[in-house]
Design a protein around this ligand. Sequence first.
Ligand code: XMP
Length: 416
Amino acid sequence: MAEEHYSRAKNSTMQSQSAFEPKEFVENQIQQIRNQLGKERALVAVSGGVDSSACAALVYQAIVNNLLCVILDDAFMREGEPEKVANLLSQPPLNLPIKILNVKKRFLTEMKGLRDAEEKRKVFRETFYNILSETAKGEGIRYLVQGTILADIMETAGGVKTQHNVLSQIGISTEERYGFQLVEPLKTLFKGQVRKVARYLGLPREIAERQPFPGPGLSVRVVGEIRRDKLESLKKATAIAEEKLAKHEPSQYFAVILDNVEKPHGAQELQIELLTTDFLKVSPSQVSVTIFEDKATGVREGKRIYGKISALKVLTNKGDIHQPDIQSLIDLQTRIVTENPVMTRVFYVIREKSPRQPYVVAVRAVKTEDFLTAKVADIPWTTLNEIAEEILTTCGNVSAVYYDVTPKPTATIEME
Ligand code: XMP
């Protein structure tokens, strides 16, 4: 059922992408935007991702200086990102008029103490739109432009996630709630088509070819409660993982951080240990399994669920970490989640350090065409070891680094 849902979506993506003509699309949209906005001004929040940047560039062509672009520096962007993005977009050939709004404190205060992933997403969305609403009102602007794409709408409507930028499609009236009307010129496009539009509009390569970064940013990669020290370590781990993984060209690659708090060892851990022993042909004393207290999102039958996160550690006879080929770990993961449907993630340890620290990091790298399904990227152990080594040295409060060997579905791409 889930496979059917995703393969239908995938087929339609492939067909529509090959026939797509960016020039014609852009010209039609410019006309439509002019018809819709007339002499009105509009506000757009850009993150530097291909969707919001292409959208802003497109609307700028239609209404030029009637467009105000803002970057919400919300504490969840990567190191140095707001400035880098503002710099790229405000230079020729785009020359977008950009303002950075420093709203870090407000987001951190609103999100403080929240643990539940869905609640965090909702609070993020509310804070995000409240700030945009206040900014628009302050400027006398009645239109908000956003780069929502078809996958965002399909996944929110289909129950896969609460996307930060999908509102009217789930029954929220933006006019009543926030006082603006939405303009969403990319909402019929898939990611590949948006990249074509971005290249056609002359966006810099760093943006047109950039890997996706979620609207709620690093907040969906801090599993459980967001704390400053946890977020700081995630920013460092993200920079290391991105730098070392880029050469392998996964479709999306990043780090996540979670509390190093595990459930008491019980029957499920034991069952997974036995399964791992049998699958990897090692002795039981070489295998240990942890199930974390926090949960992560996954997909079952096309719907979003919250499931358990397990981490496997297998040692060699000499006591080093056993590093079998990644494909066999993916196969092992399939057996584990088949026999334990409450499990949405399987991590495999790359490196650990002692004494025990409050956090662990997981590295994720996936290959995908449409982001509706994704395979785990076969990253060489040398790269994984380098990443883990550097993260453990740089982040004092992290005691283990794992590789996430779960495809989508079972897991989602992001952790929350
Ligand atoms: P998931 O985690 O649902 O992600 O498998 C699929 C793709 O969507 C991105 N993503 C988001 N993008 N706002 C966004 O703009 C969001 O709330 C959001 N959540 C996930 C994710 O990075 C991946 O590329």
